[in-house]
Design a protein around this ligand. Structure first.
Ligand SMILES: Cc1ncc(COP(=O)(O)O)c(C=O)c1O
Length: 438
């Protein structure tokens, strides 16, 4: 038995992997190391990580400067309770998030947690308690988009679309008013529905993934349309929550997807890319007016939420360094190069005679490129093409974990145009494969 096989066997004996069915055959690959945009497997194979390991990696794996920042921090302060104590990396990071990332003077406070789901939980609880603290006890209803994905904890699942992901828990999820994603065709009707929903005095918050619904097949929609919805909501003092867990930190071509909007949301949820993909960290950034409702010496207005590792110093140090790298002109140029490469490929793909038959839609924003494959079934995570696409690309040493019949690129910013060209080439080869399979 090789080391590779030993690891697989032990893995199967002891580990329960996320979003992975149990099968008799091991269906995971042991990774030994990673560098830049590549993963190196235990058997020596080199795999291009074109989805930034579930959208977390920004500057490439094992970035030496971030590794060094964590090492330096670990020698000084690895962790400390964050109630009653504070530390320099958290203070530095909060200032960066408010001033350099969000860049809106109405924003004032950062609340730290552990991941994207908890950043969302915090946002929901913050919005609801904001009204509670102002003695508006009936403000409890939330509006969200159909097909939304905000995470796997109960609050985050509740504001997410009712999909097979959460079917087992449906009866336990709190009631949410779901609206369609805006399109040119439904806009007029949608705005009317939204006016009605937001006129309900019990309506408290509106939560959305700005401009692109990640898990829902990288489903994009227009900033102007979202702006109209936010404007209606904010006129009625409804708290607008932007879940930027996936879109934050340059993914859409701007630091935040919210920067494409005229109306900034009131609360922004961050995670994933925040530490450059090194350590788990969530941050919920809110406008000062939200925090003000919690100002009181007495405990009765306090936000009773906190995780043991809140604002972990190592994660904060990694996040500060990652942001420093993100702001560099070299990184900004890399982001632009990825966008331009996507543009050129889209033009090429549109000319490919197989596209008309096999591609339903091409969606693109910033560094994200998604291609929906035409299948008999509608889009669904469970679409039969999922495994076909995953296996096809893995066979070509590309980690492309499709969302059902949607294959997509969401690369680390270290990914070169040559790497991208290789993936584009394989996408065209996949179309040829589909045509031959008929
Ligand atoms: C928009 C959005 N929100 C929240 C989450 C949940 O983040 P986490 O998996 O870190 O809990 C995700 C994860 O994919 C996401 O895409």
């Amino acid at each position: 038995m090789t080391q590779f096989d030993d690891l697989l066997k032990e893995d199967q004996n002891y580990i329960w992997h996320p979003f992975t069915p149990f099968t008799d055959k091991a269906n995971v690959l042991p990774v030994n190391k990673a560098e830049g945009s590549y993963l190196y497997l235990e058997n020596g194979r080199k795999v291009l990580d074109i989805i930034a390991s579930w959208w977390v990696n920004l500057h490439g794996h094992a970035h030496p400067e971030i590794a060094q920042a964590i090492y330096k921090q670990a020698q000084n302060l690895e962790q400390v309770i964050f109630a009653g104590f504070t530390h320099e990396p958290a203070i530095r990071l909060s200032k960066i998030l408010v001033e350099n990332l969000v860049q809106d003077t109405a924003f004032g406070k950062v609340f730290f947690s552990d991941n994207g789901s908890t950043a969302v939980e915090v946002a929901i609880k913050m919005a609801l308690q904001y009204f509670f603290n102002k003695n508006e006890f009936n403000k409890l209803k939330i509006i969200a988009f159909e097909g939304a994905y905000h995470g796997d904890t109960f609050g985050a699942m509740s504001v997410g679309g009712r999909t097979p992901f959460n079917a087992a828990f449906n009866p336990l999820l709190f009631e949410v008013k779901f609206i369609s994603i805006p399109t040119k065709d439904n806009l007029h009707r949608l705005l009317q529905t939204f006016e009605t929903l937001t006129s309900d005095p019990s309506c408290a918050a509106f939560i959305f993934e700005p401009l692109v619904q990640g898990a829902n097949g990288m489903n994009t929609y227009a900033a102007e349309h979202l702006d109209l919805l936010i404007e209606i909501a904010q006129k009625k003092e409804i708290i607008c929550i932007a879940d930027e867990v996936m879109t934050g930190f340059g993914r859409t071509g701007k630091l935040l997807a919210s920067h494409y909007l005229k109306n900034m949301p009131d609360i922004i949820c961050l995670s994933k890319g925040i530490t450059g993909g090194f350590l788990p960290l969530g941050a919920t950034v809110c406008k000062e007016k939200i925090a003000e409702a919690f100002y009181a010496d007495a405990l009765h207005k306090t936000f009773f939420h906190g995780h043991s590792y809140t604002a972990n110093p190592l994660a904060c140090a990694a996040a500060c360094k990652s942001f420093e790298i993100l702001e560099r002109s070299t990184t900004q140029k890399q982001i632009e190069a990825i966008q331009e490469a996507h543009f050129s490929f889209i033009e090429k793909l549109q000319k490919n005679p197989l596209s008309e038959k096999y591609i339903k839609e091409i969606r693109h924003i910033g560094t994200i490129l998604a291609i929906e494959i035409n299948t008999k079934e509608y889009y669904s995570y469970f679409n039969e093409h999922r495994k076909l696409i995953y296996d096809f690309f893995l066979d070509k040493n590309i980690l492309m974990r499709p969302l059902g019949n949607v294959l997509y690129l969401l690369p680390p910013y270290s990914t070169t145009v040559a790497d991208l060209n290789y993936v584009y080439q394989q996408i065209e080869a996949f179309l040829t494969f589909l045509s031959k399979a008929e």
